[in-house]
Design a protein around this ligand. Structure first.
Ligand SMILES: NC(=O)c1ccc[n+]([C@@H]2O[C@H](COP(=O)([O-])OP(=O)(O)OC[C@H]3O[C@@H](n4cnc5c(N)ncnc54)[C@H](OP(=O)(O)O)[C@@H]3O)[C@@H](O)[C@H]2O)c1
Length: 267
């Protein structure tokens, strides 16, 4: 990659992305820079071999692609002073939750914007990241942004108005999955399995089931049917889940999540 990429903010999310870019050799460390707010954070950047600074202006100056990776309230506080340092040469990528493409255009004065929403699994290279942009998806900018996030997992393009549903299905949803794992582990403990083993068994099962579905591209109903023998144990469990409204509980929970995301974006 002949371009240079810079991160304004290099905490959990940006740190995971930077590691993914280096591991996949998509950018070499010398083409990556990042700004942080505390001097003690600089050694973390030095240890992964990238240029670290307390000056976001310096990052903008050194980069073709600028990833804004600070918390949304910090973004709104710092971008007005940074705005004069951006130029039409810059592609702006934001990972900040709740900051729209229009707002990013206003704050940076730039037209080439990709808004993204990764999730915490970026830390282990397994993020689901939604991307939206005011640019054509076939453009070099969009393909570059997609590659950046493919280095820490999978990506899907969405319309910006779909970001609330994306929040429900892959932003907030790790929390519902952990709740499910806890419930499965509790039941396993009830059945006599030690708790530590129960967590591993439940988590590995969700991981394996997801991996199988993604790799085979089979419909979840087909995979469910494959493990549901007539008169067997699995159908007993499924019948109880249906009777207790498992599917509708998930749908209603996610609808509440979507509604909240929409309400927050209007504040
Ligand atoms: N974590 C998630 O699951 C997740 C998921 C999707 C989207 N996001 C979005 O990702 C963004 C970053 O989240 P995070 O979890 O990575 O946060 P984080 O770990 O708290 O990192 C924030 C980074 O911003 C730096 N920073 C703070 N003020 C700054 C300033 N004035 N100038 C330059 N850098 C500054 C911090 O510097 P120090 O290192 O010196 O403290 C730190 O490196 C947020 O906008 C969030 O909405 C997060």
């Amino acid at each position: 990659m002949s371009k240079k990429i810079g991160f304004i903010g290099a905490g959990n999310m940006a740190g995971a992305i930077i590691k993914g870019l280096i591991a996949n050799q998509f950018f070499s460390p010398e083409d990556i820079s990042a700004s942080v707010s505390r001097p003690e954070s600089l050694s973390r950047l030095e240890s992964i071999g990238i240029f670290g600074t307390l000056s976001s202006e310096e990052v903008i100056k050194r980069s073709d692609v600028v990833v804004i990776a600070v918390k949304p309230h910090i973004l709104r506080a710092i971008l007005p002073a940074l705005k004069p340092h951006f130029s039409q040469e810059h592609l702006i990528i934001s990972i900040a939750a709740g900051v729209t493409i229009d707002e990013l255009k206003g704050l940076t004065g730039q037209d080439r914007i990709v808004r993204t929403m990764p999730n915490t699994a970026a830390l282990v290279g397994a993020s689901m990241t939604s991307l939206c942009s005011n640019l054509s998806r076939d453009s070099e900018d969009c393909r570059l942004a997609e590659s950046v996030f493919n280095s820490v997992g999978r990506t899907e393009w969405i319309e910006e108005r779909q970001i609330h549903a994306a929040t429900a299905v892959h932003g907030s949803s790790p929390a519902y999955v952990y709740l499910f794992i806890e419930a499965m582990a509790d039941a396993a403990v009830l059945g006599g399995i030690p708790r530590a083993q129960a967590y591993k068994m439940a988590a590995q099962t969700l991981y394996g089931a997801s991996k199988l579905m993604l790799e085979t591209e089979l419909h979840p109903g087909v995979l469910k049917d494959q493990v549901t023998s007539p008169g067997g144990t699995t159908i007993e469990a499924l019948a109880v889940l249906e009777a207790k409204g498992f599917r509708s509980a998930v749908i209603e929970a996610m609808r509440a999540c979507i509604d909240k995301s929409e309400a927050l974006s209007k504040q």
